[in-house]
Design a protein around this ligand. Structure first.
Ligand code: PHE
Ligand code: FE
Length: 292
């Protein structure tokens, strides 16, 4: 695979200094505003382990967390660190960091115009969304195993399949605890609108997690998800993904058709059959787009 070299000023592994002292008061205020809005909304909706992890984020100063301070705390909890990168990095670089328990995060923060929607993950999504659960042992191990699995998937030409697993768990996953659905995916927990939509809206399907099914399922990158996959616990997710050799799965999946976002298959175990009303309305006003 050909990929560009790290941009000017970045190290060979694409990391850059966070330069925490360079953030402006307005940038810190933006973090505080997003933080306050989400932390008010999340209790009762988010998996309790996320709230435990949030304590790790409540570092001494308000404003955008200093990655060094954050890393010290995370290191004590689960051996993870947070490192800054200039933006999206090549797959192999991303996997290599995860496999070594380094979480890569953007350093920039969204502008007030981007309060509810932005195309590239910023420090609020990356840190508030992803880092709290990295303090949970099984989840932390899952992300490291995912990085190792990514390096293997590159050899099997199966990145698209594995990326779907990340999307439907780490970014947009739901979890059932004591009979109740909770959000845990970073794309959901860092989004005001989707934190509500993913749990309460009648539109999306909520489907029991199934590894093969998930790796066949296409997803939307431009709007709320049309289906959410529900796991029974982080230990179960970790166990199943670690114990399964994905190589034969990739070979099997290569012969099966993709499943479109919003499409159901007879084997699905449904928590909620969605009306898909939201997606149908959105489609009527603009062309659909979904990623691999
Ligand atoms: N067991 C997977 C493989 O054989 C690796 C993996 C673990 C992938 C955890 C994702 C999550 O490639
Ligand atoms: Fe993310």
């Amino acid at each position: 695979m050909i990929h560009p070299r790290p941009p000017e000023g970045a190290a060979a592994d694409w990391t850059i200094p966070q330069a925490w002292e360079c953030y402006t008061p307005a940038e810190h205020a933006m973090w505080d505003r997003l933080f306050a809005r989400q932390s008010k909304l999340l209790p009762g909706r988010v998996v309790p382990a996320f709230l435990d992890g949030l304590d790790i984020l409540r570092i001494s100063r308000p404003g955008i967390p200093d990655f060094n301070e954050l890393s010290d705390r995370l290191m004590k909890a689960t051996g993870w660190r947070v490192v800054a990168v200039p933006g999206l990095v090549p797959d192999d670089v991303f996997f290599e960091h995860l496999a070594n328990r380094r979480f890569v995060a953007g350093r920039f923060i969204r502008t007030p115009e981007q309060l509810d929607y932005l195309e590239e993950p910023d420090v609020f999504h990356d840190v508030f969304g992803h880092v709290p659960l990295l303090s949970h042992r099984a989840f932390a191990d899952y992300i490291q195993a995912y990085g190792e699995g990514g390096l293997r998937a590159l050899e099997h030409g199966a990145i698209d399949r594995l990326a779907r697993l990340y999307w439907h768990t780490v970014e947009f996953g739901l979890i059932r605890e004591q009979g109740e659905l909770h959000i845990y995916g970073a794309g959901v927990v860092s989004s005001h609108g989707e934190s509500i939509f993913a749990l309460d809206d009648p539109s999306p399907h909520r489907i029991a997690f199934d590894l093969k099914r998930v790796m066949r399922t296409r997803y939307r990158i431009d709007d709320y998800q049309q289906n959410y996959f529900v796991i029974d616990g982080f230990d179960e997710l970790l166990r199943e993904t670690i114990e399964t050799d994905f190589a034969p799965l990739y070979a099997e999946l290569a012969k099966l058709p993709d499943i479109e976002a919003g499409e159901l298959i007879p084997e699905d175990r449904l928590y909620t059959r969605g009306t898909q009303e939201y997606a149908l309305k959105a489609r009527a006003s603009r062309p659909p787009s979904s990623a691999p």
